[in-house]
Design a binder for this molecule. Sequence first.
Ligand SMILES: NC(=O)c1ccc[n+]([C@@H]2O[C@H](COP(=O)([O-])OP(=O)(O)OC[C@H]3O[C@@H](n4cnc5c(N)ncnc54)[C@H](OP(=O)(O)O)[C@@H]3O)[C@@H](O)[C@H]2O)c1
Length: 407
Amino acid sequence: MPDPVRIGLLGHGTVGGAFATLLAERAGAVEAATGRRPQLAGTLTRSEGDFSEILGRSELIVELIGGTDPARAYVLDALRAGRSVVTANKQLLAQHGEELFGVAREAGAQLRFEAAAAGVIPIVRTVQESFGAIEIDKVFGIVNGTTNFILTEMAATGAAYGDVLARAQELGYAEADPTEDVNGADAAAKMAILARLAFHTPVTLDQVPYEGIEQVKPDDLAYAKELGLSLKLLGVAERRAGGISVRVFPCFLYGGHPLAPVGGPFNAVMVEAPAITEVTMSGPGAGGVETAAAVLGDVVSILAGEVPVHEARERLPLVTDLSSSFYLHLEVADEPGVLAKIARVLGENEISVKSVVQRGIGDDARLVMVVHECLESRFSGALEEIAALEELRSAPRAIRVIEEEFL
Ligand SMILES: NC(=O)c1ccc[n+]([C@@H]2O[C@H](COP(=O)([O-])OP(=O)(O)OC[C@H]3O[C@@H](n4cnc5c(N)ncnc54)[C@H](OP(=O)(O)O)[C@@H]3O)[C@@H](O)[C@H]2O)c1
């Protein structure tokens, strides 16, 4: 009988604890799939274990500490010592991916990270292996469960952002400090990882512009409903103008879009390529057991001897000025000629209106419209001109829209 595979576990929190339990429960299944039975060789937390001793006793390291320090040093040491590593750490990969993959290649070790990109959805394996030899045009979707829960609840109940965030924290869908989730930074790290895999080019977190959902108002969602739209925080990585664009932003979708019905703390990712048309996968965005299951899948892949290649093959430029369609929410004085003035500013900037909802409220009025796709720099210019009009009662609010209507 072959010796058991000895696994060193770094971190024993929400995911690490669940992984230790799952590994014990599923050891027989891992053995059946790979021919080798896994066994924990030691666990490191802030108060328990010694990294060097655990490394010396282990054949494979699972890093579930999170953050970059000391996780980066531990992962580098493990790889240099020739140990394959599984991690769920998006920050580590989005900030130091090139260095880590380089060291892994030199050492002939594997670095696996399925749980770092979109919760339990097997998007890393799919992009890297199933679609590894086709040209991908676009990978995009909902890669943060906390914000999707908040937006779903705001749309369903009409409650304000702050109240729904508090409820998400009570239910365990948002951390005590939710900043990185709600401001888009968590999604940006995941999109940097996915862009690198899809386009074989180095992408780091600091190259991914992101916007969050903190400014979304309940009435944006109510008006949007009238226009047939629902709001999602989207991560988008796509080929554009000879380069790539990778961004995170709140975005309205028309009903019928495959991502429109994805509600609550779920994630969903779409891949588009001429060879496959379009593939959509959805599933839980986080959770101890769910994430641990994705980590265990990586352990199985390593033991089964599958070796993914992580070499950047291209150096694609990052394109920043893109075209988008927009939702525009204006609070204006209810006077004759205001709509004409706004239409003139849009017209002068070659921006055409797709649909408008107008409401009078006392002396004021709301103009809510969707404009057709235009260059974002042109739209920003028009927005500045509109904001300067004396009839404007508050700053204009604009959110991107995916114009495609699915029937
Ligand atoms: N939670 C999720 O649903 C989820 C989903 C996808 C990915 N992830 C990723 O999974 C990783 C782990 O997340 P988690 O939610 O399990 O975190 P967590 O509950 O905060 O657990 C972190 C663990 O790491 C240990 N640790 C922290 N600093 C350490 C240090 N300096 N030296 C040694 N050990 C240290 C902690 O030790 P103590 O026990 O002593 O505090 C704890 O056991 C992160 O990269 C996260 O982004 C999490």
